[in-house]
Design a protein around this ligand. Structure first.
Ligand code: TRP
Length: 333
């Protein structure tokens, strides 16, 4: 690489709001290590989780657990900035400024807001509404070029781009305009019991596989996964959502297309399909779980890593925040 060529910046985040699922893993987490030539930041976005009521002790536990999972999934914490959002105050500070550059109408169109307010009708708080602005702050603070996310977050990256362009239009080139990075092979993983709905960590246990599930749980859940009655292993999400979802999982873990995965199993029964999926998932998760347990066993080491990386993130974030404060006319001493 040219010496004075700017290295690309990659930023992504996951909420520590539940068990990390197979869907999170295939859609986001496992793609995080695909940028060896970039400066990568992977954030545990704890502030975002507060838009839905959390159990405080659980939230604390899940936050360190998710940080450990990042490392267990192969992200080297010396090469990547792995940190916790609330440890870098600039996220919340920039969010306030950007709130003043975001329109109610734009936020009203966000499908996640509509979904979540339907699901939590008793707690449609302002944070839930301005959630995408905090996410935009996460991304823009680091002059991010690339945002690896699942398809469901595309709309949020788009509003982030709109906010950045609007701001740059007024004040000059303050923010890098980020691009979403959505892996084609990382198609949406659906619920095991209701395969027309997205696999979600906030749904009941038997609908998803968690990254930390024991092999026997993985086996049981896949065994009970909904299929259909025509008995043919064929990729057809429209008419065969259950079977197609299993093929999608298998294909993603074997770096195949779902059609290729189906071809390998053609003529066999659903039992064979489920067995193949179970094996693939267990083979993938076992080494991750081993590393996870080792990392968690060294709490001090984990905390020290998070502190070091939060300092690095803070340094970078402050640089952008100072520029923004100056541009909008906040008096600085
Ligand atoms: N909203 C994302 C999700 O629910 C999480 C997130 C927060 C994020 N900030 C981010 C993802 C910044 C990418 C970049 O999945």
């Amino acid at each position: 690489m040219e010496q004075n060529e700017k290295r690309k910046v990659v930023f992504s985040g996951i909420q520590p709001s539940g068990n990390i699922t197979l869907g999170n893993y295939i859609g986001a987490l496992r793609n995080f290590s695909s940028f060896p030539d970039a400066d990568c930041l992977y954030c545990v976005v704890d502030l975002h989780t507060l838009t839905v009521r959390q159990n405080p002790a659980e939230l604390r536990k899940r936050t360190t657990s998710l940080a450990a999972l990042y490392v267990a999934c192969g992200l080297d914490p010396e090469e990547n900035i792995i940190y916790c959002q609330s440890h870098v105050p600039a996220h919340a500070e920039l969010a306030w400024i950007l709130n003043c550059f975001t329109y109610m109408g734009e936020l009203n169109r966000m499908t996640q807001f509509k979904d979540k307010s339907a699901k939590h009708a008793d707690n449609i708080n302002a944070g839930l509404f301005t959630y995408p602005v905090l996410m935009a702050s996460d991304i823009l603070l680091y002059q991010t070029d690339i945002v690896p996310v699942g398809v469901d977050q595309k709309q949020h990256v788009e509003i982030c781009r709109d906010i950045a362009q609007r701001f740059n239009g007024i004040y000059g080139d303050v923010f890098t305009i980020p691009e979403p990075y959505i892996r084609k092979a990382s198609a949406k993983i659906m619920s095991l019991t209701e395969p027309t709905r997205k696999m979600s960590k906030s749904d009941p246990e038997d609908t998803f596989i968690a990254l930390l599930d024991k092999p026997e749980d993985i086996r049981r859940k896949i065994k009970r996964a909904v299929t259909d009655s025509d008995g043919e292993i064929r990729y057809d999400p429209e008419n065969k959502p259950g079977v197609s979802n299993l093929l999608t999982i298998l294909a993603a873990l074997k770096n195949q297309t779902p059609e290729e995965a189906a071809a390998v199993l053609s003529g066999l029964g659903y039992g064979a399909l489920k067995e193949a999926v179970t094996d693939a998932v267990i083979t993938e998760f076992t080494p991750i779980q081993q590393r996870y347990n080792e990392i968690l066993a060294d709490k001090e080491g984990l905390n020290a890593m998070l502190r070091r990386n939060a300092e690095k993130a803070d340094y970078l974030a402050r640089k952008t925040l100072r520029k923004v404060y100056k541009k909008v006319g906040l008096f600085q001493l």
